[in-house]
Write a protein that binds this ligand. Structure first.
Ligand SMILES: Cc1ncc(COP(=O)(O)O)c(C=O)c1O
Length: 389
């Protein structure tokens, strides 16, 4: 039987009701279908539990980056439509093709690799490997350039005519939809329209054209097409404020943060003034004080770059990290406050009770909130609350 949360050193509480709310909230902003992006273990929230909840709440399909991520979901019994977009032409596609994972293709080499994994009765409609073609409309990352697009579309159309594949989608990815009034959004949208028209001219009639990520979905309706791909918004983190300032609540009032990271004080001790704390002794106690040890470190995803900057909440008060974050632990200086072994620590949460938010931690660490939740390590159990009982 699983440990009850009270007995754990630390855990990430994942609020499935907030998640379902966010799915419904996003769906009110678009007429398109929703792909819930659950790559990177659902941005650290735990892919399997998240996948079940988002599908029940109305997501049409799931998106992952790697084949391993797709396999994990299939082995957990999740047979929903599932798209995988980052695989090399050296990888074994057998399991993915046999379990209907839809593969994103952006080069002739990728297309050729898919064709090496025919389904025995692939001429039966709906049984051929299902692919999405990806265009680079300006991000300069994955996707075929306009120069290579025509040839890729023609080759895919020929394979589709032969019954060897089904082209389910055309997609691209936005570079800067989170930045206010960035002209690249309009340019990429226009490029995507042109590349989709070229694909259609080559004979492709895919069910889904998809371009928007969370910021595109919330802020740029022209990017929606037939399907939007949302990650960060579903986890309740505001995509329009990836580097929000400390103390800032979520700007988008419609979204509810899903994750709260909790721990407990593992030791307290009185020390005299001038006592050094943690590796390098970069912190010295200004006066006689109480130090409290928190059993979370960079192995758990607490960024070392938040040393001497990060804050946590204990018994309703915020305290700054004293000195360096180590692999497994960090220390706070609680002065003369009555903090004791076993007291609850909130590292971050929605911010409703004065605790730091994920956005605050992004600022402490000089990064974006995506990274704070995604880097949470496997040593930290995910504990689900809410959701279907
Ligand atoms: C191809 C693709 N689509 C959609 C997303 C989701 O982005 P966001 O979390 O900003 O919604 C990602 C994540 O980076 C992605 O790689």
């Amino acid at each position: 039987m699983a440990n009850s949360p009270e007995t754990l050193r630390a855990y990430a509480e994942v609020d499935l009701d907030a998640l379902a709310h966010n799915v419904r909230e996003v769906l009110t902003r678009t007429d398109a279908d929703l792909m819930a992006v659950v790559k990177a273990d659902a941005y650290g929230h735990g892919a399997v539990g998240i996948a079940r909840t988002v599908l029940a709440a109305g997501a049409r399909m799931l998106g992952v980056a790697t084949l391993d991520e797709a396999v994990t979901l299939r082995l957990a019994g999740i047979d929903a439509q599932l798209v995988c977009w980052l695989w090399t032409p050296q990888e074994d596609l057998r399991y993915a093709v046999d379990t209907g994972v839809e593969l994103v293709v952006y080069s002739l080499a990728h297309l050729a690799r898919v064709l090496e994994f025919p389904v025995p009765d692939s001429r039966v409609p709906g049984r051929a490997p299902r692919i999405h073609l990806k265009a680079d409309t300006g991000l300069g990352r994955g996707g075929a350039t306009p120069a290579d697009w025509q040839e890729l579309c023609r080759a895919a159309a020929a394979a589709e005519r032969d019954g060897l594949i089904t082209v389910v989608g055309l997609m691209s990815h936005l570079a800067s939809a989170d930045e206010e009034d960035d002209p690249s959004v309009g340019e990429q949208t226009e490029n995507f329209r042109e590349m989709a028209a070229a694909a259609e001219a080559a004979g492709l009639t895919p069910e889904y054209r998809h371009l928007a990520n969370s910021p595109g979905t919330l802020d740029h309706p022209a990017t929606h097409f037939d399907l939007v791909r949302c990650g960060i918004a579903l986890y309740g983190l505001d995509p329009l404020r990836a580097d929000a300032t400390p103390g800032g609540r979520q700007v988008d009032p419609g979204l509810r943060p899903v994750m709260t990271l909790r721990s407990r004080v593992v030791l307290t001790k009185r020390v005299p003034a001038g006592h050094g704390v943690s590796y390098g002794l970069t912190y010295r106690t200004p006066a006689e004080t109480t130090l409290a040890l928190i059993p979370l470190g960079y192995a758990d995803g607490i960024p070392r770059s938040a040393s001497s900057r990060g804050e946590v909440q204990v018994n309703g008060r915020r305290y700054r990290i004293a000195g360096r974050v180590a692999m497994d632990q960090f220390v706070i200086d609680v002065g003369d406050d009555p903090v004791e072994i076993g007291d609850q620590v909130v590292v971050f949460g929605p911010g409703d009770h004065g605790e730091p938010t994920v956005a605050d931690w992004a600022t402490y660490a000089g990064t974006i909130h995506y990274e704070i939740v995604t880097r949470l390590g496997p040593r930290v159990p995910r504990v689900y609350i809410g959701g279907p009982s």
